[in-house]
Design a binder for this molecule. Structure first.
Ligand code: C2E
Ligand code: MG
Ligand code: MG
Ligand code: MG
Length: 277
């Protein structure tokens, strides 16, 4: 019996192992193809000024339109793109597309807003990133003040000297930098005061699970931001209670399903049109 079961266990292990491996290989091959064929689309999620309720920014969020599997979430393909190095090409496309689209909206006469682009770790560590972004801004004609780059704490904590140099490069260009998912990584207060940042983004974990401790953390992050002359935005605002809480605590901006989920370009168009009329 023991022998029998062991054999079966092994069978199960073997099949699931090979399946997972094959699955990953297939996805990797398909990711290569998708990048070549530009099977990606940017969705945009509004960022709202808590006082005026105006849209002041749009976060660009990448979607993979897979011919059979449908829309694949970035949580699935960004880590794979990162591991395989494909993130460099994909990241360049995202940056260029976000800037191009934002400039197009401005040329159509809509209120000017910032577009926020997520950077991955590997992308951030490219030697020529600042130059790349300078080129993209020139090519698309987008004014640098309307571009914001989102980096995470963990990315900011390695290789301090290089990071500061890159961030200074962004600052010289006139591009804004936000620290994403703030509170979930290893934040060092020393870095916060040294890095030229424009904004902290409070991770949605703290907004959605409002324990006594998390409430204290949110209050502290908002105070900290304002003491350091940074703006502060809360992610994952899903209902009116979340909004009231953040308004009470003097948070500057909010983003989340309560206002809007990430939208494809045509739905952002209609949103802007509604604002105009
Ligand atoms: P993120 O940058 O923290 O983006 C916020 C994520 O939270 C988005 O998920 C968004 O759809 C989701 N979200 C927004 N409001 C709410 C809410 O009220 N409730 C809940 N439960 N979720 C909300 P998404 O689009 O699936 O993206 C996941 C992550 O993938 C992003 O997290 C970002 O780290 C990464 N990502 C997305 N696009 C790109 C990209 O172009 N480049 C890179 N490097 N990473 C990207
Ligand atoms: Mg983000
Ligand atoms: Mg985030
Ligand atoms: Mg996140």
């Amino acid at each position: 019996l023991t022998k029998e079961r062991n054999k079966n266990d092994y069978q199960i292990f073997k099949t699931s192992f090979t399946d997972g491996f094959k699955e990953r290989l297939t996805l990797e091959t398909e990711l290569h193809k998708a990048i070549k064929n530009k099977n990606f689309e940017l969705y945009f999620q509004p960022q709202i000024d808590i006082k005026t309720k105006n849209i002041i920014g749009l976060e660009a969020l990448c979607r993979w339109n897979h011919p059979e599997k449908g829309v694949i979430s970035p949580n699935e393909f960004i880590p794979l793109a990162e591991k395989t190095g494909l993130i460099i090409e994909l990241g360049d496309w995202v940056l260029r597309e976000a800037c191009r689209q934002n400039k197009l909206w401005q040329d159509l006469g809509f209120n000017k807003v910032k577009v926020s682009v997520n950077l991955s770790a590997k992308q951030f560590l490219q030697r020529d990133l600042v130059q790349n972004i300078e080129h993209i801004l020139k090519d698309t004609g987008l004014d640098p003040e309307y571009l914001e780059l989102e980096i995470t704490e963990s990315m900011a904590m390695s290789n301090e000297k290089f990071i500061i140099e890159t961030l200074k490069g962004f600052q010289d260009l006139g591009v804004n930098v936000a620290l994403d998912d703030f509170g979930t990584g290893y934040s060092s207060l020393k870095y916060l005061s040294q890095f030229p940042l424009s904004k902290l983004k409070i991770d949605r974990l703290f907004i959605q699970n409002r324990t006594e401790q998390n409430i204290a953390i949110v209050k502290t992050i908002i105070h900290l931001s304002h003491s350091l002359n940074l703006r502060v935005i809360a992610e994952g605002v899903e209902n009116e209670d979340d909004l009231l809480f953040l308004n009470n605590e003097n948070c500057d901006e909010v983003q989340g399903f309560y206002f809007s989920k990430p939208l494809p370009v045509n739905e952002v168009d209609s949103l802007f049109h509604k604002k105009l009329s």
